[in-house]
Write a protein that binds this ligand. Structure first.
Ligand SMILES: [Zn+2]
Length: 273
């Protein structure tokens, strides 16, 4: 069923009003020291029963792997900002450079533009970019690709991995999820593995969160990073999907804006917070 114009306008108004209310506040962005993680807590440890608080004091490495430039930022840019602002090491890895993502441009031109956008987004989030050499729209699962991503994770040795939820309408997202899952299975020191949602309902499907993180304090930083993807017109369309998701997850969790995750049950005893 399609929503009516009226429904869309009502949702848009709700979202804009929430944003207005929120932008009057001074955000905590950049002011949260590492040791405050568990005391002020961002109110973010969340859980439907299988999480426990973990100290934010130990420096951790978080690696996010998305299929395209803009996937890590839109899926979990809030969590990336919370961790990097607090002194943790965060890596934003892109399976492709978005080669097929700009109509009328060659793969080479698109890759150049979208790589530059990703680099700016990573600067804003204070995370390290990595590009894993696959081609947008043509991602593949082969024994070589499996080996490549296992080596990537062995070198990075992360404490927490975030990637695409596997049931997704975009082939590249599914492939990314499967490659990361396979690498995670192969790691001796097993990090915590969390799946993220990408435009739930439109792309991710049947996503059931186990954990929520309150990203209200870094919402402006996340949006700024997402909106650097000008070639994807993210700023113009954000309110229709990513914006709805973070507001809806916020409603579920009891805050203004939240990101939701599905934690793999065999994850190590480190928890997103
Ligand atoms: Zn994508």
């Amino acid at each position: 069923m399609h929503g009516s114009t009226l429904d869309r306008q009502v949702l848009l108004n709700i979202y804009e009003n929430t944003m207005k209310k929120h932008t009057r506040r001074k955000f905590l962005t950049n002011t949260v020291p590492v040791t405050l993680g568990t005391t002020i807590g961002f109110s973010h440890v969340s859980t439907l029963g299988n999480s426990a608080p973990t100290s934010f004091e130990k420096k951790m490495k978080i690696v996010v792997v998305g299929a395209h430039p803009d996937d890590p930022e839109t899926m979990c840019g809030g969590v990336m900002a919370l961790y990097s602002n607090s002194g943790h090491e965060v890596v934003s890895a892109y399976l492709t450079r978005g080669e097929a993502g700009i109509e009328g441009k060659s793969y080479e031109e698109s890759a150049k533009i979208r790589t530059a956008e990703a680099l700016t987004a990573c600067d804003i989030l204070k995370v390290r970019p990595e590009f894993l050499g696959q081609i947008d729209g043509n991602c593949e699962i082969t024994s070589e690709r499996y080996s490549q991503i296992i080596i990537f994770f062995k070198n990075e040795d992360p404490d927490i991995i975030l990637t695409h939820w596997p049931i997704d309408t975009h082939r590249d997202h599914r492939i990314c999820s499967v490659l990361v899952y396979d690498a995670w299975l192969m790691l001796e020191r097993k990090p915590a593995l969390y799946y993220c949602e990408a435009m739930s309902g439109m792309q991710s499907q049947h996503f059931i969160p186990t954990d929520y993180i309150d990203i209200t304090s870094v919402i402006e930083q996340k949006h700024k990073a997402c909106f650097t993807h000008v070639s994807q017109k993210i700023e113009e369309t954000y309110q229709y999907h990513h914006g709805k998701m973070e507001a809806f997850r916020g409603m579920e969790f009891g805050c203004n804006f939240a990101e939701a995750f599905a934690r793999h049950v065999n994850s190590a005893g480190i928890y997103l917070q």
